[in-house]
Design a protein around this ligand. Structure first.
Ligand code: 13P
Length: 233
């Protein structure tokens, strides 16, 4: 089965590193799908030079221009961008994106024909069986069709910490979320795993039953790691 590998650069790369990165990325051969999510200031460079599709890391749900420092779905579309992350935990924690904001962004993305990749996860002291259904219910309020949405399970404690959950735990959560969404929408959902994925654990993670791919964070701006990871999938 083809896997989706999402490279979330977050705030990484300096301008002089961007074109060498793109050149090496373009040389990677893979049967799988790779999408790169650069920082906003490099979106145009990636769109114009990368052989792989590009996703934004975030956007504003409003359509009017009065939101200094933000970017709109129309602007993304005008650059040819068709994907965006939504509700990444770093936005939830640092920028107070509550479930209703995530819901607005999902609706704005779908209205603009942008494929959202929505992130969700629980903390170490929480039970995913309590947290994830609540998040899914509020994120997906007033949304009937989830075919265009990709879900990314990112346990909070695993983001940028090296604290990878046990493989069995990830497998259990993926199964749980898929079943929850199938029962609720009658549709099959595509689910990725994210949090401390690197070249040393990719083979173990990608072998997880029913997993559709991975969302790789900080290490994805290290092109040598990306080459290794993709060669092992
Ligand atoms: P790390 O891969 O740096 O742990 O981050 C995961 C993540 O936030 C991907 O969106």
């Amino acid at each position: 089965m083809r896997k989706l590998i999402l490279l979330n650069h977050k705030m990484s790369l300096l301008y002089d590193e961007v074109y060498p990165y793109i050149e090496r990325l373009n040389n990677i051969e893979t049967e799988n799908d790779v999408i790169v999510c650069p920082s906003n200031i490099y979106l145009e460079a990636f769109v114009n030079n990368s052989d792989f599709p590009v996703a934004a890391q975030n956007f504003h749900s409003a359509v009017d221009a009065s939101h200094t420092g933000e970017i709109s779905t129309d602007q993304l579309k005008s650059l040819g961008i068709e994907y965006s992350l939504v509700g990444h935990y770093e936005r939830v924690a640092e920028f107070k994106e509550n479930p209703s904001i995530v819901n607005e962004k999902l609706i704005a993305a779908l209205d603009a024909n942008i494929f959202p990749i929505v992130c969700l996860g629980e903390n170490m002291d929480e039970d995913y069986r309590d947290v994830l259904p609540k998040l899914l219910d509020s994120y997906l309020k007033d949304i009937q069709n989830i075919q265009c949405i990709t879900f990314a399970y990112e346990p909070i404690y695993a983001i940028d910490t090296g604290a990878l959950p046990k493989r069995e735990k990830i497998e259990e959560v993926i199964k749980f979320v898929k079943k929850y969404l199938e029962d609720k929408f009658g549709q099959k959902a595509r689910i990725l795993y994210g949090g401390s994925v690197d070249s040393s654990n990719i083979e173990e993670i990608i072998g997880i039953e029913n997993l559709d791919g991975v969302l790789i964070g900080k290490i994805s701006s290290d092109i040598k790691e990306v080459e290794k990871i993709i060669s092992r999938i």
